[in-house]
Design a protein around this ligand. Structure first.
Ligand code: ADP
Ligand code: ADP
Length: 237
């Protein structure tokens, strides 16, 4: 589903954030990337939806070379590849439902949808997805009235309402307390499996990764230093 070929990225200023990365991620895998802050995790996943442009090498998504996509085809890629952020990225003053409906913008993209007028089936999809993450009762509440864990669930509902094939999650639980982090990771994994999505999550705690990942990729200084199923992770790694 996702392939990196000799991917390198050097930021202006000279930081080599990615050093010749070669990696293949299969359809339906739930992959966790672990590594200290600054290892290059965020840069790596941002290359997949081209929020970041690599310096050299190639990125393939669903067998399509997306390294140089622009305009309409880039927007299409970003509809196929949804993203979840550490700080939820909700529109604070809008209702939970309106935030979830933002997941449809890439599909409709019409003036009507920008004005907040959506097809009935899209509204139903959004409500169903809020139910799947257990916060349907909050649909008409302002997003900033919710706790951090609830806001991250809204962002999960938003990303699945987008009906992507891939979900990228950049430190999705870094702002949450441990019990809440576990419920959010559980929801993310369950939904990812139910919808047969390919999911890549950046985390900086290995114990959390061990609990939820199919496969763990370890990064250090822009390189992959470990790649294998959870069962291969030992004390030394
Ligand atoms: P994280 O470690 O969670 O990826 P950071 O706090 O390092 O996030 O970075 C936050 C934002 O600042 C990101 O958008 C990142 O691209 C940018 N950033 C990080 N390091 C630098 C840097 N040295 N120069 C410019 N921007 C940076
Ligand atoms: P991680 O997600 O593992 O914390 P990042 O991908 O955010 O790592 O960062 C990798 C390296 O690139 C770090 O040294 C960081 O400071 C640097 N970096 C990240 N974003 C930028 C940026 N926009 N400009 C310059 N340097 C950056």
């Amino acid at each position: 589903m996702i392939e990196f070929k000799n991917l390198s990225l050097t930021y202006p200023g000279g930081v080599e954030a990615l050093k010749n990365i070669n990696l293949k991620i299969e359809q339906g895998e739930f992959v966790v990337i672990v590594g200290l802050s600054g290892a290059g995790k965020s840069t790596l996943i941002r290359c997949i939806n081209r929020m970041t442009d690599p310096t050299s090498g190639k990125i393939l998504v669903d067998e399509e070379d997306v390294t140089y996509l622009k305009d309409r085809r880039l927007r299409k890629l970003r509809t196929k590849v949804g993203m979840i952020f550490q700080d939820y990225n909700l529109v604070k003053r809008l209702s939970v439902l309106r935030n979830v409906m933002a997941g449809r913008l890439g599909h409709t993209g019409t003036v009507k949808s920008l004005l907040g007028i959506f097809p009935q089936e899209d509204l139903k999809l959004a409500m169903d997805n809020l139910e799947r993450v257990g916060i349907k009762d909050k649909a008409y509440v302002r997003a900033d009235q919710l706790s951090g864990g609830q806001q991250q669930r809204v962002s999960i509902a938003r990303v699945i309402t987008q009906q992507p094939k891939v979900i990228l999650a950049d430190e999705p639980v870094a702002s949450l307390d441990p019990p809440t982090s576990h419920t959010v990771m559980k929801d993310l994994r369950r939904i990812s499996k139910e919808d047969d999505l390919t999911t890549i999550v950046n985390l900086h705690f290995i114990d959390m990764a061990m609990e939820y990942a199919d496969r763990i990729i370890g990064m250090r200084d822009g390189e992959i230093v470990f790649d294998g199923p959870v069962t291969d992770v030992t004390e030394e790694t």
